[in-house]
Design a protein around this ligand. Structure first.
Ligand SMILES: [Zn+2]
Length: 165
């Protein structure tokens, strides 16, 4: 069965893929897709890159490093400062041996690393991040809805498009 053009009654219609919605909707839809793709990429990087196991390992290393400080004869007060990511004063460092100073430097790096891991895992497991992911998915779904195409029949005579179904 052949279709007729609704405007000029020509039966010379060609099938085409056309946006289902107007150009403004397509524009808005693309805007909605960009942040949702970004959030999903960042989210998957966060999940892959900052596993809880890695955070636990970093915390273990930081604990081992501070244990090492205590056994190297560094005072409890100074160990507490290193754990709290505070830099010891020059006079505190001057009272230590080279070996103790190196232990402190190693412990500082381990503490900083475990802090960074803990921050990352807090961000990716936080409610705010989950809300962001849900919003990104919702805007992505809306974006896909707005930019999807449909089959139409276009009249070769006057250019009018009609739904093919
Ligand atoms: Zn026509």
């Amino acid at each position: 069965m052949s279709h007729a053009c609704p405007s000029c009654d020509s039966t010379s219609l060609v099938p085409r893929r056309a946006y289902r919605h107007g150009s403004l909707s397509v524009f808005v839809g693309r805007l909605l897709l960009v942040p949702s793709i970004l959030v999903l990429v960042l989210g998957s990087m966060g999940v892959v890159g900052f596993r809880p196991a890695a955070t636990r390992e970093a915390v273990e290393r930081a604990r081992a490093a501070t244990d090492e400080l205590a056994s190297a004869g560094v005072s409890d007060g100074l160990v507490a400062e290193v754990v709290a990511s505070r830099a010891p004063s020059d006079s505190q460092l001057a009272a230590l041996s080279d070996e103790q100073r190196q232990s402190i430097r190693r412990a500082q790096m381990a503490v900083a690393e475990s802090g960074a891991h803990a921050t990352m895992s807090r961000v990716t497991s936080s409610d705010a991040f989950r809300v962001l992911v849900v919003l990104a998915l919702a805007s992505g779904v809306l974006g896909v809805f707005l930019v999807r195409k449909t089959s139409v029949l276009q009249c070769t005579n006057c250019g009018t498009s009609a739904p093919s179904a």
